[in-house]
Ligand binder design. Sequence first.
Ligand code: PHE
Length: 332
Amino acid sequence: MQTLKNLLTQIQEVGDLKDLETLRLQVLGKKGVLTQEFSALKKLEGKEKTQKAQELNTFKEAFVRVHASKKKELQDLELEAKLRAQAIDPTLANSTLGSSLGHPLSYTKDRIITYFTQQGFKLHVGTLVEEERYNFDMLNMPGYHPARDMQDTFYFKDHKLLRTHTSPTQIHAMQTQKPPIKMIGVGPTFRRDYDTTHTPMFSQVEGLVVDHAQKVHFGHLKQVLEDFLHDFFGGVKVRWRSSFFPFTEPSAEVDISCVFCAQEGCKVCKHTGWLEVLGAGCVHPAVFKHAGLENVSGYAFGLGIERLTMLTCGINDLRSLFETDLRLLEGF
Ligand code: PHE
């Protein structure tokens, strides 16, 4: 009986569930101490047998009870240790994410904004839900104008829409400020487009300069944009091509020499040696009229932040910029 009592002390000292199970088998298993004691009862008789049987049953009850509570105690401890090991300490310094410049798009946007604000351009953000007339009509694109077709977007009630370009910021600036005006409008724009070089949401930078009649001309526009492109891309060649925008006259598109192949010819420049980066022109008289300005002159330009990011970061699928894949972002 002394060994059985010892077992009750021993079970209290067990430190883990595996040892507890070993001990249980030592006592209650087929060849366990208690099992053997019970079968030894056969050899006893009468009062002695009854007394021994009672003692064994009392011990068995005690052992089972202590075993159950010990098991519960060890299971609780194990769960607690597991939870503690999985716990996240939000106050810990992050060692897996290195420092970075942020997202390539924000970096490019900040670079462009910094450049133009240092040249004296005032920053406008404008509204993303725009009135149809600001987005189209007042920019010389009436309802029947085919240019609207390329800029299909999401329409709301009351002739409101998701703006398709930042050019409406030109009208807002002209309506709220007196010339001389020198502003950039920056932010998201929306079109029904989706392929490797177009996403339904993309960002533009708009530039507008307005001053009294004949004070601003195409030569100023040329100087401002060439200075910007040389600052942004380094030693590239710049080419001006005549183009059409309903809200500028004359209009031009601006190309730079291919930054990938030094004009040897590659897939990105489609073997032309040139990459289109900007749209620009002198403000169309009809636009001044819609904005309520007379005897003024001005120029405007627009560029895509994603396009410039793709060119500076060597990205060939624009959509990858909008996927939150850290492996891609870490590459910059
Ligand atoms: N808004 C034009 C576009 O989205 C770009 C542009 C802006 C062209 C200003 C000329 C002047 O394509």
